[in-house]
Design a protein around this ligand. Structure first.
Ligand SMILES: Nc1ncnc2c1ncn2[C@@H]1O[C@H](COP(=O)(O)OP(=O)(O)OP(=O)(O)O)[C@@H](O)[C@H]1O
Ligand SMILES: [Mg+2]
Length: 278
């Protein structure tokens, strides 16, 4: 990546705050995010972990441009983000595919406003079908493919416009453990191939550490950054690597401390478990 592309693709979040009107909160407002500072250099993979309700999805919604009422600044390549745009793609936990469109038509939805000829669009869709390993399933409809395959379609749709940033909100949260591990490997491969800046929200600490250059640990009430952990391990990564295990356990230890899980803290988790769901 050249220096210009690097500067164009860096995401900066400065002193970000977000409040929602709430009849339950003191003062009629709920402070969801407070003073979030985050710098994601171009081509980096950043994971965000934190308790339910600490504002992770809200943060992604703001970066996506779904809301414009907030404090602070969000810039991409130095330009404040304004509304949604093709340079920011998103993948949600539920794939949100259109049931009446087949796999390639669902991916092509990501290109509906792209300034490309129909032939160029077909080519771009075919490239992304291959990128996520779905050759042979182009004509299948969502009900004819598995949950993991549907998430691959959603990832292809998020990438097909060649966004500068891909936002992922628990993209594998609804999948079984084996499919999830397979798709984590897939996402690692795709990120290595495409080098798009990625921001992943997950409840799965192992997933966060496995994929990211940096893990942002958030804490709730209001949502703040507790700490940022660098993951300086080469790719491709291996789950049995002792350095990986040590980093994963370091991040997990944060969640065993009082207060990090918020008021609705479940019974103390088993420290030997490698994954927390809350
Ligand atoms: N549109 C809204 N209006 C009012 N409150 C909202 C709105 N969206 C989110 N909230 C509140 O903001 C807080 C953060 O929500 P958010 O969905 O960002 O959390 P999260 O960290 O993504 O949680 P989870 O891990 O459960 O997905 C919650 O208390 C939620 O009730
Ligand atoms: Mg969420």
């Amino acid at each position: 990546m050249n220096a210009v592309a690097a500067a164009e693709n860096e995401l900066r979040i400065r002193a970000l705050g977000k409040r929602y009107a709430s009849t339950q909160a003191a003062g009629g407002e709920l402070q969801v995010l407070d003073n979030i500072d985050l710098h994601v250099p171009a081509g980096r993979f950043v994971s965000i972990v934190g308790a339910s309700g600490c504002g992770k999805s809200t943060l992604l919604r703001l970066v996506l441009g779904l809301e414009d009422q907030y404090e602070g600044r969000i810039t991409l390549g130095g330009q404040p983000i304004a509304g949604t745009g093709p340079e920011r793609g998103i993948v949600f936990q539920d794939h949100r595919l259109f049931p009446w469109l087949n796999v390639e038509q669902n991916i092509a939805v990501g290109l509906r406003n792209a300034p490309l000829t129909p032939a160029e669009k077909r080519e771009r869709v075919a490239e992304h079908v291959a990128l996520v390993g779905l050759q042979g399933f182009e004509q299948s409809f969502p009900h004819q493919i598995s949950g993991g395959m549907a998430q691959r379609v959603a990832i292809a749709r998020g990438l097909v416009n060649r966004p500068r940033v891909l936002l992922l909100d628990e993209p594998f949260g609804a999948l079984d453990a084996l499919t999830r591990a397979r798709l984590q490997n897939e996402l690692q491969r795709i990120w290595q191939a495409e080098r798009i800046t990625m921001l992943l929200v997950t409840h799965d600490v192992e997933e966060a550490v496995f994929l990211a250059n940096q893990v942002v640990v958030m804490q709730p009430h209001p949502g703040r950054i507790r700490r940022i952990v660098d993951v300086d391990l080469p790719h491709p990564r291996h789950r049995s690597d002792p350095r990986f295990i040590a980093l994963r356990d370091d991040v997990l230890a944060d969640f065993l401390e009082p207060g990090v899980l918020g008021a609705e803290q479940p019974p103390a988790p088993d420290p030997s478990s490698w994954r927390l769901a809350w």
